[in-house]
Design a protein around this ligand. Sequence first.
Ligand SMILES: [Zn+2]
Ligand SMILES: [Zn+2]
Length: 954
Amino acid sequence: MHLIVAEKNISARRIAQILSEGKKVAESKDAGVSTYSFGDTTTVGLRGHVVEVDFVPGYENWRSETYTPRSLIDAKTVKVPTEKRIVALLQKLSRHADRVTIATDFDTEGELIGKEAYELVRAVNKNVKIDRARFSAITPQEIKTAFANTTDLDFALASAGEARQAIDLMWGASLTRFISLAARRGGNNILSVGRVQSPTLSMIVDREKEIEKFVPEKYWQLGLVTEKAGEQIEARHTNGRFKDQKAAELARDRTKEPLVVTEIKEGTKQDRSPSPFDTTTYIVAAARLGFSAANAMRLAEELYMNGYISYPRTDNTVYPASLDLNGVLATIKNSPFKKDVEWTIAHRRAEPTRGKKSSTDHPPIHPTRAGTREVLGDDAFRIYELVLRRFLATLAPDALWKTLKVNFEAGGEPYTVTGGQLLEPGWHAVYPFSEAKETILPGFVVGEKLPIRKVSLDEKETMPPARYTQSKLIQRMEELGLGTKSTRHEVIARLVSRKYVEGNPLRPTLVGRVVTEALEHNADTITKPDMTQTIESHMQQIKESKRTRDDVIGESRGLLHKAFDQLEANEQVIGDDIRNRTAEELNLGTCPVCGTGTLAIKHMRGSTQFIGCSHYPECTFNIGLPVTMWGWAVRTDDICDKHHLHFVRLVRKGARPWDIGCPLCHHITSNVESLTELASMNEALLEKARSKHIYTVADIAKSEPEKLTQQLGLAPAAAQKLRTEAVAMLETLRKRSECRKFMRNHLIPRKGRSSAKIMAALKEAGVTDLAGLSKASPSTLQKAGIGEKEAADILYEARITYNGQLLKETGIPAVSLKKYLAAGISGPEEFCTTAPERLAGMAGMSAATVNRHIALVCEYLHRPVPGGSAAKPEKKAASPKTATPKTKKVLKELLTLKGMTPKVARAFADAGIIRAGDLIAADPAKVAERTGIDRALVADLQKQLKKRQEIIQI
Ligand SMILES: [Zn+2]
Ligand SMILES: [Zn+2]
């Protein structure tokens, strides 16, 4: 079997169609990968690179002490399959092949992709003959010629590709890691640095600085309007720009009728036909039609793979002698541009135009097949038309202009006007994308006197240099030798996706600028184009077999180690600099509560993120945000009309961003439901609360009653009632959130069913918390969409969890609790209905202890304590180990905190701290002093409470 390996699926299909010469091509799929067969031949398409170079295991941990960022420079690498199904199929087919032809794109990247395929084939079939077909267009003629004249893979060319790949990985990975760690950034927020990327970004930053530094200068332009044969003609003063206003005004005042014609210069000007398209000039021309560089390349590649145009990655601007221009003209005569093709054939210039760059790899971009708008679609057709018309223009004659320059004088002041008229349209006839503006002047004679209708003096200002457009930047990158024709547009797209630049024309973001400057100040080799130019010349030497891949990579390692010497010495400075300067991008606006602080997004260690005020702890206003699992919080440019705060967005790799919008609007709407659930709440009160920056149930719960009275204009009793309701609601919300979490953890993930959906169904059935869930019937759960067996499991788990919590609340010490649970006693009910002796036996505890616990439970459940002298409530109340019944009740919401032992609870109760609200607002130092509880523990308990509230707010 003859196996043909193409770069992409589309080209594999088209090559099969061409080589089968009308025979039937059978398409079959293996694990989703298509192959195309005819006779004894099968074609298969790769997806560009199907393997990726990565570091050997061990380097995954960014914070490893052994595998530092610098160690990545010398790290060993391996090739790992990225397209596993394609790799598997390629190897499966290779085992039975007696000839394999590599038909990937013909350039460095294509040769490397070909070599990767070669290695995969060789790994499973030592002896099969492997050859290489090279072509510049997927047309019948080119393909047949290429397959009739196959050669060997060019290992030197592939080596150059490998060297570039290795160097890019080494630079990118080590520097990105170093800078990100120095700036303490991780996850989606890393700061990427790259060999080509960083110098390119630096150019954009430099241009921005030029623009900022630019001081506009005033200048004056003097002009007049005259008239001839009823036509108004504008002439300008030959001085051009007057720097001095006085001089300009003087010249204006001297300008008096008559205007006398002093000189007439007539001539002709040749307007040369444009040269053939290489990648860069093509991208520039496509940009004029409104296509971004990346889009222009994508469309061109699509056209190439379908055989409509030649290979679009080329540096060549000279048609090779082997290119059959007549053949191309004959082919495209069948396109909708028949008339233009015929015009070109009729007026064809002797030799096609040629540009400055001639290389042997690919011809300039030209059409290879007739296409129509119906087949190609609008965008691809516009690109196709551009390439086709450019080809025609390179064969069309030069245009000829008649030029006219008329000089005047008025009161001793010299004026002039120029005109141009297209005598021979030449190439403009077939290439309308380049403007050819005519200015036709009436006939003048020397000495002729004309009227002056108007004299105008305009004050103007010099303009700063323009920002780079994508296509201008690509041109500049080419001049500086940054990147290659295949990668330049990708580098720019990466800068945009990394949020280093934005807009078109391109301007740097704050982060883009800060990172660039930090590198410039501390290791400028990384941002200068020199180093990357050197590497390009080394690539050339590898291609010509003058140097080896390892030699070049080794030299690059040395350069990078030098850069690290500088960077590591300045790590602290670089990190601080970036952190301090990028803090700005997290600021959202003025804090609406204190009116002086700045609200900003805060990312804490771990996955916590929230919005807080810069005047903390004086101002404690904060807005909870979902944990980073749901996306990393960033601000956007949008600003809320009402609150004047930047919008917030959660971004996550590979997922659509989650737009929170104005954080305060979001905070208000997501809390309004629970607020309106408070019995005392009404529209007017809600409005009033909002105006006093009370947005959540927690805000009310932690407020002093006096303050509420004053802020909301309520009677003291009403304020107290509202606050009590809020405290209770907080507990309800906590229970709901706990139940949600429980369901998330216990539901088996299944497609098409979410725990949120099930919770909504359960809410309908009146189940909102663990207590309700533990008492729910299996049929309620099943109605909510949970299977029979799963429902039983969930109910069992819910009972254990809930009853365990209850038992804990009764005041039974944790150690004993564990023993009871282990013995299978899962709830207070069981406690009261089981004989004490049996309980003691099951849990392995003394009867006295068990009796004491039974008393606790019964008291908790408001039930008479069963007989037994050891279980008298008085005795229990006297026990120093447990809280008094009174404190126990009020402490319910505090008792579930970690570290809250009965002893701590009682100390708190004695100090009057009986609700979450009391503790959360208190000063830890004072609480510690009053209660004798360790300050660290107090702070930790506060933290737990705050976290709980944040969860509820979300
Ligand atoms: Zn504030
Ligand atoms: Zn708002």
